[in-house]
Design a protein around this ligand. Structure first.
Ligand code: GLN
Length: 482
């Protein structure tokens, strides 16, 4: 299934292939990929094709991150606390796809409840990178990235609280897009940190991302942060000219002299990025280098930890084993809850709850939680200031290629933290943000990201589409390098 949505739609329309054949092929591929890379919690072997053809997505298979609720289908969040949970309703965003005849074929592995960036913490085990199985996919939308990159189907759903769509997309050589906050309803998505959570999609082309999000978006009475986006037509407007558009990149993140002892990989990554800046210019866009106070940039990771852990602690207090999930042992309800949570959550998640509880304690709130919110505002204001002059900010994703699973060969230094974490600004501000592949280092994909102002999704996708069409990385299927 190495084709784009538009190509598959044409084949279905002209009866060159049936939806049933596509589903059968996708299920077969799912089993192969599961064997090699462990991308799925559940493969929906009963999935059936459809004769429906009135929508671009009709009859085409897709994958669902396992933190989207799906009625009568196991939905675990990749956590032992919900290992047998079968929801009695379907997430709005997913329902919208089902309504147009899209066919779900599997539920994909994530870092437990989306809380992680490695793809190694789900309760069914680690997900391997299809370009090099000794490396991570990154996360948390690990299985979705792995499956799309492996050609199981043209798209899979993801969620993004810090960078969970855009990071794994980068490391798997595909496209990851999270639209403006609230453009897609989150009703039925397991909450992680509500002020940062977004639904979105992983695809192999910008155009496919536009088609899927057009179908998923819309106001929903069940999600009070959703808004009416009926005047936004991502796919219809995607080919609009980008001539005269203004972009900027941040000197402190993109210039190699800003780093002490940069690795060769980082040097290559930034050099490759700068070449893509020249490509932007050749498309008639203007690109400036701008400066952001490094103190503000370096505050990013701690602000994210404080806010996301505090919100997660509060959101996940409903996981008691009493309402859903396996019942804990004990006589009193406190004991039952404690047993369920002690056995169910992995140590990494517990660590986040300890941090979150500490931050939310009355005596600590002002110092940690409120201050984190203030710095979040400063960061968002700095980006909003850029959007007064520029249409979008363009930046490299991470410090290079996918990290090793054993971690021993990856040197993360303090001065690269902001480069690793800057995608979180997209969540702080709710900005539309898309990652696209922009090259290779030693046979492994690297990527760049484009982030624009809220509600300017059309413009962000137009820029990404124009750039994608000048590079050779569209619709890539992963090939193992060794
Ligand atoms: N890696 C980040 C974290 O661990 C982002 C996760 C996400 O976006 N869901 O919190």
């Amino acid at each position: 299934m190495d084709k784009t949505i538009l190509e598959l739609h044409e084949l279905l329309k002209n009866k060159k292939i049936s939806s049933q054949e596509l589903v059968a092929e996708s299920l077969k591929k799912s089993h192969e990929i599961q064997e090699k890379y462990n991308a799925f919690v559940t493969i929906l072997d009963d999935a059936k094709g459809t004769d429906k053809i009135d929508h671009l997505l009709s009859g085409i298979p897709f994958g669902i991150k396992d933190n989207y609720s799906m009625k009568n289908v196991l939905s675990t969040g990749s956590s032992n606390t919900l290992k047998d949970y079968v929801p009695f309703y379907t997430a709005t965003a997913l329902q919208k796809l089902l309504d147009v005849g899209a066919i779900p074929v599997n539920k994909t592995v994530l870092d437990e409840f989306g809380m992680g960036g490695t793809g190694t913490t789900g309760h069914t085990g680690i997900v391997k990178n299809p370009w090099d199985p000794t490396r991570m996919t990154a996360g948390s939308s690990a299985g979705s990235a792995c499956a799309v990159a492996s050609g199981v189907y043209p798209y899979a759903l993801g969620s993004d609280t810090g960078d969970s769509i855009r990071k794994p997309a980068a490391y798997c050589g595909i496209v990851g897009y999270k639209p403006t906050y609230g453009m897609i309803s989150r009703y039925g998505l397991f909450p992680f940190a509500s002020s940062l959570d977004h639904c979105g999609v992983l695809t192999r082309s910008v155009c496919d991302a536009a088609i899927v999000v057009d179908a998923m978006k819309g106001i929903d009475e069940h999600d009070m942060t959703s808004w009416d986006s009926k005047d936004i037509h991502l796919y219809e407007n995607i080919t609009k000219s980008v001539e005269g558009k203004k972009l900027c990149y941040i000197k402190e993140l993109c210039n190699i002299e800003m780093y002490d002892n940069p690795t060769e990989e980082l040097q290559n990554h930034l050099k490759n990025f700068k070449e893509k800046i020249e490509l932007c210019k050749s498309l008639g866009m203007k690109v400036d280098e701008v400066s952001i106070d490094p103190k503000l940039l370096n505050a990013l990771p701690s602000v994210y930890v404080a806010i996301s852990c505090a919100e997660a602690t509060s959101n996940m207090s409903n996981l008691t084993g009493i309402i859903f999930g396996p019942r804990g042992e004990g006589d009193k309800y406190e004991e039952i809850m404690m047993d369920h949570r002690t056995k169910g959550f992995s140590p990494l998640i517990k660590r986040r709850f300890v941090i979150g509880s500490y931050i939310l304690q009355k005596e600590n709130q002002e110092r940690y939680f409120k201050n984190a919110q203030r710095v979040r505002r400063l960061l968002v204001d700095a980006w909003k200031e850029l959007y007064r002059t520029y249409d979008a900010v363009i930046l490299p994703v991470g410090t290079g290629v996918a990290k090793h699973l054993d971690g021993s060969k990856d040197i993360l230094t303090k001065d690269t933290a902001a480069l690793e974490e800057h995608l979180q600004i997209g969540n702080f501000g709710g900005f539309p943000s898309i990652t696209i592949p922009d090259g290779f280092i030693d046979g492994l994909p690297v990527a760049l990201n484009i982030t624009g102002n809220c509600f300017e999704d059309e413009k962000v996708l137009q820029i990404a589409y124009a750039l994608e069409s000048k590079m050779d990385y569209k619709n890539q299927i992963a090939k193992e390098v060794k």
